[in-house]
Design a protein around this ligand. Sequence first.
Ligand SMILES: Cc1cc2nc3c(=O)[nH]c(=O)nc-3n(C[C@H](O)[C@H](O)[C@H](O)COP(=O)(O)OP(=O)(O)OC[C@H]3O[C@@H](n4cnc5c(N)ncnc54)[C@H](O)[C@@H]3O)c2cc1C
Length: 284
Amino acid sequence: MDIGNAIEKLVAGRWIVGAGIKDAVGASARLNAQGVSAMINYLGENLSDIDDVESTVRVYLNLINEIHKRGVDASIAIKATQIGLTIGIGCAKRNYAKIVGLARRKGVFIWLDMERHRDVDSVIRLYTGAPGKGMVGICIQARLKRSEGDIKRLVKAGAVVRLVKGAYKEDSRVSYTSRAAVTQNYLKLMNYLFRHSKEFMIATHDTGLIREALLLNRSYRRDVTYAMLNGIRNKYAVGLAKRGNKTAIYLPFGERWLDYAFRRLREEGHLSLLIKSLFEGQGV
Ligand SMILES: Cc1cc2nc3c(=O)[nH]c(=O)nc-3n(C[C@H](O)[C@H](O)[C@H](O)COP(=O)(O)OP(=O)(O)OC[C@H]3O[C@@H](n4cnc5c(N)ncnc54)[C@H](O)[C@@H]3O)c2cc1C
């Protein structure tokens, strides 16, 4: 097997649930049967061609209808740069409003993923500027130095935050660069959420942080969802759900898997993960 095939087999079998909406909804139903909800993402980012953007928006609208029709417990995670931000904020705003409008009517929660540091202001503007209220959340990265201020402003405005460490390497002027410093900031922001927010998502595979969150929630009793990426710690997520915790798994589908796969490989970093994964396949 050559390296290209090996990577394709790895991402297809372990992290990505298939190419089409039916694959994503089917995988969601399998997760639901184990007490875990799904957070579905259609792969793609930095789209600069209007036809690609429009066809992506159509996929999300069809996905919302399918989730509703099949009655699965699934939210949707969208990247601003796949619904028009690369073309312009006006285009992204129109598409976001269209998607959120249908999602609210169908009772499907929409998350905005967070992307590169240069896009953070625009993603926050998209989130806070959308008409209507409820059923939407936004991702914030502990890696970025600005995130403490962002979280405080967003929580005061009633936002639902998904806290992650941050998948994009950024300059040391704007970001913490060591794993220890990022984790320290995650802990600080997580404590802020427990003290000041009613509903949020702790999205990490770091079991030390998850244990700390479980302890904090014994005192604060918040509406917390613990979320992980498909194929990394699924069994652990199912265990959390079995112990009565709200749990979600992020399920990417589609054909534009290369950027996503490289981010994941960079995280664990090594060929050993790729080889090990070919024999494990613990995704849904
Ligand atoms: C639900 C969810 C949504 C996310 N959304 C975004 C987003 O919108 N924007 C964004 O920038 N980032 C997002 N991320 C990614 C996140 O920022 C981190 O890059 C990623 O979660 C790895 O960090 P960690 O918190 O798991 O901690 P780490 O310290 O990186 O990992 C903790 C442990 O988990 C295991 N692990 C982590 N990653 C892998 C891997 N790829 N393969 C195998 N084992 C692994 C390892 O054992 C590792 O020691 C999301 C993550 C999750 C879980």
